[in-house]
Ligand binder design. Structure first.
Ligand code: NIG
Ligand code: FE
Length: 420
């Protein structure tokens, strides 16, 4: 996990506009009310935000710090990708073409394709190979301004292979500047050796000794379950998540993606950190999530990639939920690494305002990871994870989909990426 040290002090000056995102979760209308400071500066001390405001008010002494010129660009909090399936192995290019030709994700999965194909590739890979395949991906994400990445297991689907994936995440965290947040997702699919015996598989991946190892070695902070038609039902998901909770793992759910079977209501009941996907969210699920303080993680890259209807993010915002956005980066349903691209889909197709989309991948993504007191906001004391864009206003970034506009990435007060 990323650490800060005493040398990480820096002055960022020449900021055209600083989007001072408040600490999450930002619910409903609060998502679009982001304060903007023109002609701003930031002072970083010990890897944390020590001061920010109009540059003309810069505190005495700050001018002597090592400095970075934002050259009139817009500065925002480091982006947080709060839902990925990194690390994985191999690809599913053939399935992609079959889907484009008309087959559905579910029919391919029911015919033995889908998650099981990646499971075989992950089982065949060792920890070092999983690390090697993920590293360039994480580096590209960093260049895109992503300073925190949630990473899931879920392609091992046996105690041993799930642990291998989680240990690969831990090894990756030592190798990249980003903060990596690990999630255990043993209940992602039923592997062939348990075909027709989902309950027995649940006992296997939620066994006390396995959860004990995960907790003891701090291999995961969250436990996630794919609770949907063709995956795990509500009773099975509840069993896994309650066992996880008993071992200190915070619940998350893949909910209401393919059908409405009560997964979002379960998320509310368990006060999960987040319910993710939500293409088929209903009123009961929405109400349960609001009551349970569950962040709604919308993954428009997946609906784009699968060609299915988008989740109704506008309705969620109107109902007062905190909405987050993430890539869902995985080889089957969304081989998209670019969080910026996801933000553009959210803006153009889900009609989220630029300010809402930014809140969704900063303050609210932090809330989906229960890290809102540490990252995702521009407040004194927060970790200095920041991105400088090459345009002066946030709206210009959203106006130019596909154009690379991240100029500088700072993580924990250190400059970790600078565009040519
Ligand atoms: O989040 N929905 C379930 N799991 C992944 C897809 C995984 C895969 O197809 O490999 C998702 O979309
Ligand atoms: Fe997912």
């Amino acid at each position: 996990m990323h650490t800060t040290d005493a040398d990480e002090s820096l002055l960022i000056r020449g900021i055209g506009s600083l989007i001072a995102v408040p600490r999450g979760p930002l619910c409903g209308a609060a998502m679009s009310a982001l304060p903007t400071i023109r002609d701003a500066a930031i002072v970083i001390e010990n890897g944390r935000l020590a001061w920010f405001g109009p540059q003309r008010d810069l505190p005495a002494g700050a001018a002597a710090l090592p400095s970075l010129d934002a050259r009139g660009g817009c500065v925002i909090p480091g982006l947080i990708d709060c839902h990925t399936h990194i690390p994985f192995a191999g690809d599913r290019v053939e399935e992609f073409v079959r889907r484009v030709a008309g087959e559905s994700y579910l029919s391919i999965m029911q015919a033995g394709g889908g998650i099981r194909v990646t499971m075989r590739a992950v089982r065949a890979a060792n920890e070092a190979q999983l690390v090697d395949q993920a590293l360039p991906r994480l580096r590209r994400m960093l260049a895109g301004g992503v300073t925190t990445v949630e990473c899931k297991s879920g392609y091992g689907l046996s105690a041993e292979d799930e642990l291998k994936q989680l240990r690969a995440i831990r090894a990756l965290a030592e190798r990249v500047p980003q903060r990596l947040v690990p999630t255990y997702m043993g209940a992602h699919a039923v592997p062939p050796e348990f075909e027709g015996r989902a309950d027995a598989f649940v006992e296997h991946i939620a066994a006390d000794d396995l959860l004990n190892t995960i907790a003891r070695e701090r291999l995961a902070r969250f436990c996630d379950v794919f609770c949907d038609r063709g995956a795990f039902d509500v009773a099975q998901a509840r069993r896994v998540l309650e066992r996880g909770l008993h071992h200190g793992l915070i619940p998350k759910l893949h909910a209401d993606e393919l059908a409405q079977i009560g997964a979002s209501a379960l998320a509310g009941e368990l006060r999960a950190a987040s319910a993710d996907h939500l293409e088929h969210l209903d009123e009961a699920g929405m109400e349960a999530m609001r009551r349970g303080g569950v962040t709604a993680v919308v993954l428009p890259g997946t609906s784009f990639f699968l060609g299915i209807p988008h989740a109704d993010a506008r309705k969620m915002i109107r109902s007062g939920l905190a909405v987050a956005l993430a890539t869902d980066c995985n080889p089957g349903s969304c081989m998209i690494e670019s969080l910026a691209f996801i933000l553009h889909i959210a803006c153009c197709q889900l009609r989220m305002l630029p300010s809402e989309a930014l809140a969704a991948c900063t303050a609210n993504a932090a809330a989906a990871l229960r890290m809102q007191d540490e990252i995702g906001a521009i407040e004194r004391g927060m970790a200095a994870d920041l991105v400088a864009l090459d345009c002066g206003r946030l709206e210009e970034w959203f106006y130019t989909p596909g154009r690379e506009r991240v100029r500088v990435v700072v993580c924990g007060g250190r400059v970790v990426h600078q565009a040519e």
